[in-house]
Design a protein around this ligand. Structure first.
Ligand code: PMP
Length: 360
């Protein structure tokens, strides 16, 4: 069977082993005589899958006892609104570091709820870097400080996180959750759409420190962390198939040796492609400055638009998928999430070299 060399930004490649296991269990899950999609979300069989996914996340990310894992809907985009609705109180201000379009969108939604401020930004430099920690103007009274840990579109990634003392650090980790070890205790809230490193679209993981879950009955139930928390994320019908696949991806991550092992491989994968860029005598140019380079999304341009078009055309013919840059900035982008094998990155680096040699 031929598998595409899939560099999509999300939904993205899933581990082949996960798809095969899902295929094997497709018609009969947990000996129930039915598929996972036909199970009641109140059944013991489904509850086992659901709780297993939550426990696996806790194990893999070593989530402390004073945090809760919620599985919600509405994508990471809904969290842009839910977070301020739940933790930005009147008279308070939410601070934002702008590192790309997703942080801008998070800010835009928070503004509709309350006061906000931008405390650092790399917008004027086309989001080519993550602002230095010492350049972030921390405000001790902020309700929270929001960052985007990996910028899917621009290909930049935070390497160190700010110390925020009593201010909850809120991170959109949609495109790098589970790609490396993180110290969850440094964060108030971590959230991520699943469709890059965790599974298919349709499920959003929210890891929230328990003291940030407040009982505000004015917040609509579906947007209220407290309601989801009290109901073990089963307040309404969840996307059962997506949760099942999430649980399989997490089992796979454990089989790989956990996040530290996965991070090692991700480092090798990224190096192979960044080396291809750096050794090209300027033919390929990375968008991100070297110390802000993402291990998840490698963004680069070619000398001319015409060369880029030709590159993307020939790459497609050679079986590479998803190398177009985001429609908002153009260029090229290779998304190399956890499930993309090292061999596919090596194939891409070889292809880049061959293309450069043949391009007139
Ligand atoms: N944040 C980041 C960093 C993203 O990459 C994306 C999606 N590409 C989003 C938020 C939006 O996620 P969703 O489509 O799940 O709402």
């Amino acid at each position: 069977m031929k598998r595409a060399r899939n560099f999509n930004a999300g939904p993205a490649a899933l581990p082949l082993e996960v798809l095969q296991r899902a295929q094997n269990e497709w018609l009969n899950i947990e000996d129930s005589g039915m598929s996972v999609m036909e199970l009641s979300h109140r059944s013991a069989e489904f509850e086992k899958i659901h709780n297993h996914a939550i426990q696996s996340l806790k194990d893999l990310l070593e989530i402390p006892e004073n945090y809760e894992v919620l599985l919600l809907q509405g994508g990471a985009s809904l969290q842009f609104s839910m977070i301020p609705m739940n933790i930005l109180n009147e008279g308070q201000r939410a601070d934002f570091v702008l590192t790309g379009s997703w942080s801008e969108k998070a800010l835009k939604e928070a503004k509709k709820v309350g006061n906000t401020a931008v405390v650092a930004s790399s917008k004027d430099e086309k989001y080519t870097f993550i602002p230095k920690l010492e350049d972030i103007k921390l405000n001790e009274d902020a309700a929270y400080l929001h960052i985007t840990s990996n910028n899917t579109i621009y290909g930049t990634q935070w390497k160190h996180f700010p110390e925020t003392n009593n201010v909850p650090l809120v991170a959109d980790m949609s495109s790098d959750i589970l790609s490396k070890k993180i110290d969850v205790s440094k964060f108030g809230i971590i959230y991520a759409g699943a469709q890059k490193n965790l599974g298919p679209s349709g499920i959003t993981v929210v890891i929230i420190r328990k003291d940030l879950i407040t009982n505000n009955e004015n917040i609509p139930s579906m947007l209220n962390y407290s309601i989801h928390s009290k109901n073990n994320s089963l307040y309404n019908t969840p996307p059962t198939l997506a949760i099942y696949l999430l649980s399989l991806v997490l089992d796979w991550a454990k089989e790989q040796g956990g996040v530290e092992k996965i991070a090692e491989v991700n480092g090798e994968k990224a190096k192979v492609i960044y080396d291809a860029i750096d050794n090209s005598n300027g033919f390929y140019k990375g968008h991100a400055l070297p110390d802000s380079r993402s291990h998840m999304n490698v963004t680069f341009t070619l000398p001319t638009e015409e060369a880029e078009k030709q590159f993307l055309k020939e790459a497609k013919q050679a079986g590479f998928v998803g190398l177009n840059g985001h429609r908002s900035i153009g260029g090229c982008r290779a998304s190399i999430y956890n499930a993309v094998p090292l061999s596919h990155c090596q194939d891409l680096a070889d292809f880049m070299k061959t293309f450069q040699e043949s391009y007139k």
